[in-house]
Design a protein around this ligand. Sequence first.
Ligand code: IMP
Ligand code: MG
Length: 207
Amino acid sequence: MSDLPAGSDPRLASVLLSEVQLQRRVAELGARIAADYGGAGRVTLVGVLKGAWVFLADLARAIRRAGGPAVDYEFVRASTYGTGMKGAGEEGREVRIEGLSGPLTGKHVLLVEDILDQGFTLARIRAYLCEQERVGSLKLCVLLVKALEAPAATVAVLRRQLVPEYVGFEVPDRWVAGYGLDVGEEFRDLPYVAVIREECFRPCRGS
Ligand code: IMP
Ligand code: MG
């Protein structure tokens, strides 16, 4: 953790991952992906909107810098938490998927996500890509993986089944924002990842 820049929004608690840490790690991931897919000829990066757009933009250029394969781009939109934060002890959640511009049948797909929290989103999208789209291969690339403190039993099972091939950082079980991630649609454009003061975003009791 490092200090926030002077004059930062008071709803931010601390910098969890600095710009330098993020750029260094994304370059490493890009180099690994370039090496792993080198022989495949072509890979489709499927970004999960909205949170993954900043990560995906940097990752795509890191893959190119490392001399990686030809890349196609697709985006899916998965609606989960709406505009707020998750509730305590959630056991499941509807995830709606939309946005592909064409079929992915038979393609090598790398699913790019901002954060793996309880796993509902990635599990649902992974099943969709495998069962509906029938992709040729599928790997997961996630910038942040949350170390959950007290997951519900179903969530613990889901998380064990979801082990991304590429992970940027493991982060504590706090709400984080920046580098594409939001809280109530704010802070996506921070160049670093910050821990937010959750008390500033919880609805007031009785309102
Ligand atoms: P999951 O389905 O519980 O894994 O939640 C994943 C989705 O919730 C992510 O794609 C994010 O959009 C959102 N999310 C989960 N935790 C955070 C967080 O700490 N900050 C911002 N968004 C988050
Ligand atoms: Mg997301």
